[in-house]
Design a protein around this ligand. Structure first.
Ligand SMILES: Cc1cc2nc3c(=O)[nH]c(=O)nc-3n(C[C@H](O)[C@H](O)[C@H](O)COP(=O)(O)OP(=O)(O)OC[C@H]3O[C@@H](n4cnc5c(N)ncnc54)[C@H](O)[C@@H]3O)c2cc1C
Length: 530
């Protein structure tokens, strides 16, 4: 079943209003308070950020932490775009090493280390095994992965090494044995992308930013000199239009970046080359053990991962150039077939269509130099470097890059936006800024104490308190998934979930793990949360 097939009701009106009553002394993020902040705001904001994905929220955290006055608006839910649809790897990108982009790999490896340091409740290390079926693969990949490890320097995750056939099968018991010679193991980071994003929204809020979901920027306003000085926007829950002014507007709309740029400069040359990637989700039996498979060269020249994630097996991804971006991209038949066929070459139990529990597609906002002509471009070969582009109108666009490098992208962007807007010079503070939910408990201890709630970090205790006050809230919402009713309440009251789909897709990950189970949970989620 495709995610897109599930077009659940968007707005639960008065129920949503009831759901945002605060339940504890914690400063809860809620939309009513955010609106009050906007209405009470007397003057121009220092910065308005358009787009509530990893890039935009990263910019909001950075700018707010420096003490700038920041408003962020997102047209749908936080993370509705690409940032909830990634492979969920905090990685340097072994493939970019092969492409010779050492600078990008080193930057991403450093950011991977900072992510683990600042959000250890959501990011953890994972062993990746490259299986070898030809004699030359072990020395070739062994050497490459050693370089990958060395480039990480003090931000290293673990030593890579060459594995015998038996060792390879210990890591990956469900790997095809026919022709298997051995493998190479290396370490990268894994995280829950939408969960990290929601905790980043909370972090930006704690730093003083105002953030609103379901607000679409419909236009950009300009001053007498023709410089962008604000936004016209629509509150999609009420239909009300409003304007807000700012010293600088940052366009962090990912694959939609060119659309916003055209609102400022109708003749702007396109920067974004959109490329779609999909993932299929299966049950855990397809990939037993706690390690991931990394296939460095698929028939279309990409890497393919099979990864254990939240008790399931995630397989992806493709890299298909597409004409334009949509908010609900749909997996193409040939992409699904490609992933099934490639996974079947490596796993003892070849996954079939009937085994697919969920499919999700995302769009890479790959950036090219403005004015470059794409022609028959292979998007897999396009750089994952980020670009910060300032249009003649003064609109600052930040795009490209990777989830892993969001913090560095934000630092670069805020440096440039602050200079452009002549904001007071203030240093970046995010290198050591803990992400909301940070606590000192180790991964194993947290899993033992909080089970599936461990991903909430310190918030897990608050969710536990809800269950302690009402045991019914500890009831699972579906036998196939670990989610309980208290998480729905938490999402509506503390994490600005506005719809059933917000809760199923990006507060819990039910829709990404098992679409049928998510559909069955929907009525209870609507009753409990909205
Ligand atoms: C298949 C796939 C796998 C990936 N895997 C990884 C990985 O494992 N590791 C990694 O590091 N990176 C990965 N990436 C890259 C990473 O996911 C992206 O670089 C990142 O999520 C982009 O974030 P963003 O905020 O720029 O874009 P988005 O998350 O798309 O956010 C842009 C937001 O802007 C909003 N918006 C657009 N127009 C407006 C408007 N007019 N008004 C208000 N809001 C608007 C959209 O609704 C959207 O939410 C992957 C990408 C894909 C596609």
């Amino acid at each position: 079943m495709n995610l897109c097939a599930m077009n659940l009701a968007r707005d639960f009106g008065p129920r949503a209003a009831r759901a945002i009553l605060p339940i504890s002394k914690l400063a809860a993020m809620n939309r009513t308070d955010m609106w009050r902040r906007i209405e009470a705001h007397p003057k121009a904001w220092d910065m308005i950020v358009v787009g509530g994905g990893a890039t935009g929220v990263g910019v909001a955290i950075d700018a707010a932490a420096r003490g700038y006055d920041v408003l962020l608006v997102e047209q749908s839910d936080f993370g509705k775009g690409t940032s909830s649809r990634s492979t969920k790897l905090a990685h340097g990108g072994v493939r970019y090493l092969e492409q010779g982009n050492i600078g990008l790999v080193m930057e991403a490896l450093k950011e991977r280390g900072l992510l683990l340091q600042n959000a250890p409740h959501i990011v953890h290390d994972l062993a990746f095994v490259v299986p070898n079926y030809d004699w030359w693969e072990a020395p070739f990949y062994g050497l490459g992965l050693k370089l990958y490890q060395l480039l990480a320097g003090k931000y290293g995750f673990g030593a890579s090494r060459i594995l015998s056939r038996e060792e390879t099968l210990k890591y990956l018991p469900t790997l095809k044995t026919e022709g298997l010679r051995g493998g190479a193991v290396y370490y990268d980071g894994q995280f829950d992308d939408a969960r990290l994003l929601i905790h980043m929204v909370a972090t930006a809020f704690e730093q003083g930013a105002t953030l609103l979901n379901y607000v679409e920027v419909t236009g950009l306003t300009k001053d007498a000199q023709g410089f962008v000085d604000g936004i016209s926007a629509r509150n999609l829950e009420t239909g009300n239009e409003f304007r807000a002014t700012a010293k600088v507007v940052v366009n962090a709309t990912g694959a939609f970046s060119d659309r916003l740029r055209l609102k400022a400069e109708p003749a702007a040359a396109p920067m974004i080359v959109p490329s779609q990637g999909i993932h299929l989700v299966f049950d855990a039996s397809f990939l037993q053990g706690e390690s991931a498979v990394m296939v460095p060269h698929t028939s279309d020249g990409r890497v393919l991962f099979a990864i254990p994630w939240h008790g399931h097996t995630l397989v992806g991804t493709t890299d298909t150039p597409i004409a334009s971006a949509t908010l609900e991209p749909v997996a193409m038949e040939q992409e699904i077939e490609f992933i099934l066929a490639t996974a079947g070459q490596y796993l003892t139990k070849a996954p079939k269509r009937d085994d697919v529990l969920s499919v999700f597609a995302g769009i890479r906002p790959l950036a090219r130099e403005t004015g470059a002509v794409s022609g028959a471009l292979s998007t897999a070969a396009l750089s994952r470097d980020h670009v910060i582009h300032i249009d003649r109108s003064g609109l600052v666009t930040v795009c490209g890059g990777k989830w892993t490098t969001y913090r560095h992208m934000a630092e670069d962007c805020v440096d440039q936006a602050a200079t452009l807007a002549q904001l007071p010079d203030r240093p970046c503070l995010t290198h050591h800024l803990h992400i909301h939910g940070f606590h000192e408990i180790g991964k194993e201890e947290a899993a033992k104490e909080f089970g599936s709630l461990a991903v909430y970090g310190s918030d897990a205790r608050e969710i536990r308190k809800l269950i302690a006050a009402d045991a019914g809230l500890g009831e699972p919402l579906h036998a196939a998934l670990p989610y309980v009713k208290a998480e729905v309440i938490w999402a509506a009251r503390h994490e600005m979930a506005r719809t059933v789909e917000d809760t199923l897709a990006r507060r819990t990950r039910a829709l990404f793990l098992n679409a049928r189970a998510a559909l069955a949970m929907a009525p209870d989620v609507a009753l409990d949360g909205f």
